[in-house]
Design a protein around this ligand. Sequence first.
Ligand SMILES: *[C@@H]1O[C@H](CO)[C@@H](O)[C@H](O)[C@H]1NC(C)=O
Ligand SMILES: *[C@@H]1O[C@H](CO)[C@@H](O)[C@H](O)[C@H]1NC(C)=O
Length: 479
Amino acid sequence: MEKFVLILLPALIATSGAKESVYARIGEKVVLKPPSINGLSRYVYWTFHKEDGFSLAWSNPYGGKNIAKVEPWKDKLTLSDDSLVIDNVQPEFFGTYFCKIESAIQNVHFHSIELIKLDVSVNPANPLLPGESLSLSCTVDYPKKPEIHWLNPRGEKKGQGTVTVKVTSQDDGMWTCVVAEEKQVKMPVKVMGLSPAPVLPHYTSTSSRFAVPCSIPHPITWEQIKAKGVQEVHWQFFPATSSGLNSQRLFTLSLDSLSWKEDQTRDLKPASDPEKRNLELTRKLGRVDDRGDYVCTMKFKNGLILNRTVHVEVLQITSSPGPHLLSGQQLNLTCSVGQPLPSDLQLRWTQPKPAAQPGLKSDQHSARLTIPEVSTDDGGLWVCGLWQGETQLTSAAIRLTIDPKVSVWTLVMACSAAAIVVLLLLILALVLHRRRRRKMRHLRHQLCRCKKYVLTISWTGEMAPNSHLHSLTLIRGGI
Ligand SMILES: *[C@@H]1O[C@H](CO)[C@@H](O)[C@H](O)[C@H]1NC(C)=O
Ligand SMILES: *[C@@H]1O[C@H](CO)[C@@H](O)[C@H](O)[C@H]1NC(C)=O
């Protein structure tokens, strides 16, 4: 009886009242999703323009499905559950889509979705200099206009539909067009500037490689920079120790060859690949006199200046009285950047042999360590790390040499030994001196005899005209 009644009941037809709108740009992928309907076994039909219009796709509860394969729909449609997925939306795809869902208990639901064309553009598309004008447009091709607005990269609302702004460096990033509070289209805007963003001071140490970063952010190219009328690129240094007024120009970039010319030598080396937009300065090790501000500047013909200041702090360990000590001496080690550190940074010491000074914790936070009496076990590498939470920003190191202390008794022994050696040397010198004098006297005897002999020869030489003997005569004459 019940079964009979069911069969006789006319099919219930439900049509969703409000027409749903979906916004899409040409080329986008969209998913047209009907409201969820209970019941597992159902038939789903998708048509275009009219309820009984062109059949785009259908599926039945037994796993069968069919999708339109004619142009322009060919290869662009798929069914995912009940949703119709359109890949690469074409201009002729904008219009009304109907979805009919028949469930097993013979309820029929009609649902329609309006696919509306959205146009989004940003002009100009290439990178801008700060101060240049940018036009952002987000419009809908439909009589009933939805609410449209733009959000800048910081998420601030910036007017509706079409917006024109004079850009600043803060406008660099993703702009978002929001349509009817649901559809979002992200558009990248590139404003020329230099990296890195100015954040914390740049911490380095006298034991670390020294590098001052500066680069032109990707994807800006030198061609684009030159097209904007770049006039000069240079590095300047403002030492921390001076009053701040006497800056030094370090390097100037030759724009034709993209090679650096050194203005002031500080043993710094500019990166070898400025053509890859890397403007970094480096040295093998940091020095205390590197403390200060490094400014990387790009000047344009219209007077605009882009610059980036890198504030450099150099961590150094100093030892009082010095790196060479005798055991038992008092030692003060100071680790510092030359001024108080911000409260979120800590210093941590590492000793060469932690057992040698158990009183000192390895995470000692103070900038100064005092060891009342050093031992030879304190010799070696002392490291002071600068930490921000669990991140090490930099570390400095010092190598201490500690010799064992010489006792008074050892000193006396050493002195006596030295005295004996000196005495022996003196005796030796005396003996040698006397022997030498004796030898000299002996030599002089021989020499006298020799003189006589020469005289004899020369006299014979006069009798026999021989040149050799003649010259011997001359030598004698010289004596
Ligand atoms: C950096 O550029 C600003 C203008 O953008 C300028 O006022 C400032 O003086 C420049 N700094 C240096 C060190 O050149
Ligand atoms: C170490 O520091 C203390 C306290 O400032 C000072 O009295 C002492 O003279 C210093 N010792 C050395 C060797 O510098």
